[in-house]
Design a protein around this ligand. Structure first.
Ligand SMILES: [Zn+2]
Length: 192
């Protein structure tokens, strides 16, 4: 079995629900599990991971992974929102997986709303994480294509083209297919 996994997908592709179900199953069969996620300040703390369908699970939050060491009997480490960690944090996870014999399962986004890959996600590919794509449909009404991109909207419903790779909260994002991304991001006219 691979010891480093990257479950990636757009927003609303059930990543947090999948993480929680995995955490539940591991815990139920007696496998010691730790769940971690990035914090957006310098503090270590506790927070819940909440999925859109109502599942929740306790997580440890940390600003980076440089001083992170799993408990001695932890076998599996589940990482939520992994795209917000840094490439060197990914290298730390590689070290934990390869030199300390743990299984590390990361969940997160591959690309931002400007079609650019997140550095941590890129690092996971570079180090050979096993890739698992979580699929969901385009959120433009009636479209059945697979969502591969994110569009970010301002308060007036206009597409935002610049700024942070990802702002907190997801109320102003839509997960869309490539066709609708190109049409709305680049303001292309419909070809039919
Ligand atoms: Zn679409």
């Amino acid at each position: 079995m691979a010891n480093l996994h990257f479950h990636y997908g757009v927003m609303s592709s059930s990543k947090s629900a999948a993480l929680i179900i995995n955490a539940h199953n591991f815990t139920k069969n007696g496998t010691q599990t730790e769940v971690i996620k990035p914090s957006f300040d310098t503090r270590f703390g506790k927070q819940k991971i909440v999925s859109r369908i109502g599942l929740e699970w306790d997580a440890m939050t940390m600003p980076n992974l440089q001083t992170y060491t799993p408990a001695p009997d932890t076998r599996v480490i589940l990482v939520d929102e992994v795209q917000f960690f840094s490439p060197s944090d990914i290298d730390k996870l590689v070290h934990i997986a390869d030199n300390h014999g743990r299984i590390v399962m990361c969940y997160g986004l591959m690309t931002d709303s400007n079609e650019k890959i997140f550095p941590a996600s890129q690092r996971l590919i570079e180090v050979g994480a096993k890739l698992h794509r979580m699929e969901s449909n385009c959120q433009i009404n009636g479209c059945m294509k697979m969502a591969t991109h994110h569009l970010r909207f301002d308060a007036d419903g206009k597409v935002i083209h610049a700024g942070d790779q990802f702002a907190l909260g997801d109320s102003n994002y839509k997960s869309v297919c490539r066709h609708h991304y190109n049409e709305l991001y680049h303001n292309k006219q419909k070809t039919r």
